[in-house]
Ligand binder design. Structure first.
Ligand code: SF4
Length: 101
């Protein structure tokens, strides 16, 4: 949090992900302006801002997310919904687009 506050002074800082979803009270001690639990719907269709990373020559994609199993020691299935099935006829396995650069 200190890093982002220093790097982007004045910006509103949101904290999310598995940690924030499972332990929001602890996560709020970080000083984040917002602690977000679960999936952030508005971000589902956004592309990462690769242009913010000088020299970045790769891409990031989710081939799957979440898990259909419920191993008793694992936190993944709680905050993240089980994976959605892609179109079985789609050889890309549910990847809707890939943007080369
Ligand atoms: S450890 Fe977690 S992610 Fe792995 S199979 Fe079990 S529930 Fe799924």
């Amino acid at each position: 949090m200190r890093y982002y506050r220093g790097r982007f002074p004045g910006a509103e800082v949101w904290l999310g992900g598995i940690y924030a979803s499972l332990l929001p009270d602890h996560a709020s001690l970080s000083g984040a302006d917002v602690v977000w639990r679960g999936i952030f719907p508005e971000a589902e269709d956004l592309m990462p801002a690769y242009d913010l990373v000088p020299g970045w020559r790769a891409t990031i994609l989710f081939a799957s997310r979440g898990c259909v199993r419920r191993c008793p020691f694992c936190a993944v299935p709680d905050p993240i919904p089980p994976p959605r099935a892609g179109d079985p006829g789609d050889p890309r396995g549910g990847v809707s687009s890939v943007t080369p650069f």
